[in-house]
Write a protein that binds this ligand. Structure first.
Ligand SMILES: Cc1ncc(COP(=O)(O)O)c(C=O)c1O
Length: 394
C-alpha cells in the first residue's frame, strides 16, 4: 500500500466521469475525434464574453507594483465590495463586501463553508441526483453526505427532506439550477424549505445551515429566474463561481457569501477566512479577482446553450427518449430506456456516443448528457442515440 486507503477507495468510487473520459480518448485515437460524440464533461465550450479579454489587457497595462502580492485571505476589499453590490440587487438583501469571501471556484467556496461549519460526524443532506463531488467535500471536513431522493420532476421532495433531518444534520446543500438534472427549484419550494429548516432548528435548539451551490444561476432559459436563497432562509450561504457563466472554469474564481441576517454571520465569515488559508488556497487568484470585479453582470452567449438544448431535446423526444426538459444548466438527464443505466451507457458507447450513467450522480436509471459541445456533435450523434434506443425498444 503506497497511498492512503481512503483515497485509494475514492479513486475507484469517483471513476465514472474519468472512465468515460479515458475510454473516449481511446475511441478518439481509434476512430478520429470527429467520429466520437463526447457528452461526458461539463466543460463550457463557449468563449468568454469579449469584455473578459479586454479587461485582462487593461489590468495588465495598469498594473500596480503589488499586483501579484499576497492579500487579505478573504480577497481584495474592493473586489468583495463589487461582488456584494451585484449580489445585493440579485438577492434583494443588504449584502456588503464584508459578507463576501473570494474563493478558488465554487469548489473552493463549498469546501471553506463546510470546513467552517462541520464537526466530525455531522451530516450534510442533499437532494439526489447530485453533483458527485459533494460526498468528497463533506468527507474532506469530517462530515457525511446523505442523499434524499427528489420528486420525479427533480423538484425538492420536502416531506422526504423533513424525514431525513436528524440530530446529526448540520447542513442542507442544494444546487439549483441543478447538475445533473437541469432543474431550477421554485420560489415556493425554497420558501417551504426555509420554513422547514427554521422549525427543525427551533425544535432541535441549534442552527441548521442552508448552503446554495449556484454556479449555473445565470445559465437559464425561457425567461426562468433563480429565486433568492437569502429571502428563503436566514441561516443561508451562497457558494458559486464564474466558471460556467463567464466560461472560465480553468481560472478558478468564485466566492462564498453569507446572508447578512445570519445569526452567526461574523463567526461564519471568520471561520471561512481561516479555512481559505489553511486548506491551502490562501486566497483566490489575484488577477481573476480584479477581472471579475469589472465583469459583474457579464456572461458568455448563454443563448447558444439554449439552441443546443432544443436541438438535443427535440431530436431525442422524437426517438422516444423520456426526460424533463432542463430549465437551466447544460445538462440533460434522460431516463434510461432500460433499468440498468450502466448497460445503456455501454450501448451508447458502442455507437461512439459518450455520456455518464446516472448512478454516478446518485440517480440510477438515468444518464447525463453534457450538451456544452458543438452543434455538429449533437447532430452527428443523433443516429447513434436512435440505434441505441431501438436496440431495446424495437
Ligand atoms: C454543481 C456544481 N457545483 C460545483 C462545481 C464546481 O465549480 P467550480 O469549477 O467553479 O469550482 C461544479 C462544476 O462542475 C458543479 O457542477
Amino acid at each position: 500500500m503506497t497511498i492512503a486507503k481512503k483515497i485509494e477507495v475514492k479513486i475507484t468510487a469517483s471513476s465514472w466521469i474519468r472512465r468515460m473520459f479515458e475510454e473516449g480518448a481511446e475511441l478518439k485515437k481509434k476512430f478520429g475525434p470527429e467520429n466520437v460524440y463526447d457528452f461526458s464533461l461539463g466543460n463550457p465550450n463557449l468563449p468568454p464574453p469579449a469584455k473578459f479579454k479586454q479587461v485582462l489587457q487593461e489590468l495588465i497595462r495598469s498594473e500596480s507594483p503589488a499586483a501579484h502580492a499576497y492579500m487579505p485571505n478573504t480577497g481584495y476589499p474592493d473586489v468583495c465590495g463589487a461582488v456584494a453590490g451585484f449580489l445585493a440587487k440579485e438577492q434583494g438583501a443588504p449584502v456588503e463586501g464584508t459578507d463576501v469571501i473570494m474563493t478558488c471556484g465554487a469548489a473552493g467556496a463549498l469546501n471553506i463553508a463546510l470546513k467552517a461549519i462541520l464537526d466530525p460526524g455531522d451530516e450534510v443532506l442533499t437532494p439526489a441526483p447530485c453533483f458527485v463531488e459533494y460526498g468528497f467535500y463533506a468527507d474532506n471536513h469530517g462530515g457525511v453526505l446523505k442523499t434524499v431522493a427528489s420528486r420525479p420532476d427533480f423538484q425538492l421532495d420536502l416531506s422526504s427532506l423533513a424525514a431525513a433531518i436528524t440530530a446529526k444534520t448540520k447542513v442542507v446543500l442544494i444546487n439549483s439550477p441543478n447538475n445533473p438534472t437541469g432543474a431550477v427549484y421554485s420560489a415556493e419550494s425554497l420558501k417551504a424549505l426555509g420554513e422547514l429548516l427554521e422549525t427543525k432548528s427551533r425544535e432541535m435548539n441549534r442552527t441548521l445551515y442552508l448552503i446554495s451551490d449556484e454556479p449555473y444561476r445565470k445559465v437559464v432559459y425561457d425567461g426562468v429566474t433563480v429565486p433568492s436563497i437569502f429571502a428563503a432562509y436566514r441561516e443561508s450561504l451562497i457558494g458559486t463561481s464564474y466558471s460556467k457563466d463567464l466560461s472560465i472554469p480553468g481560472e478558478r474564481i468564485g466566492f462564498v457569501a453569507v446572508n447578512p441576517a445570519a445569526t452567526h454571520r461574523k463567526a461564519l465569515l471568520g471561520g471561512m477566512a481561516l479555512a481559505n488559508r489553511i486548506l491551502g488556497f490562501v486566497n483566490a487568484p489575484a488577477l481573476m479577482q480584479r477581472a471579475v470585479a469589472r465583469l459583474q453582470g457579464e456572461q458568455a452567449d448563454i443563448g447558444a446553450y439554449k439552441r443546443k438544448r432544443d436541438l438535443l431535446c427535440d431530436g431525442l423526444a422524437a426517438m422516444g427518449y423520456e426526460f424533463v426538459k432542463p430549465a437551466g444548466t447544460f445538462y440533460l438527464f434522460p431516463r434510461s430506456p432500460i433499468p440498468d443505466d450502466v448497460e445503456f451507457v455501454q450501448a451508447l458507447k458502442a455507437e461512439r456516443v459518450l455520456v455518464v450513467p446516472g448512478s454516478g450522480f446518485h440517480g440510477p436509471g438515468h444518464f447525463r448528457i453534457a450538451f456544452c459541445v458543438d452543434d455538429a456533435v449533437i447532430k452527428n450523434a443523433m443516429p447513434g442515440f436512435e440505434r441505441a434506443i431501438r436496440k431495446y425498444r424495437g
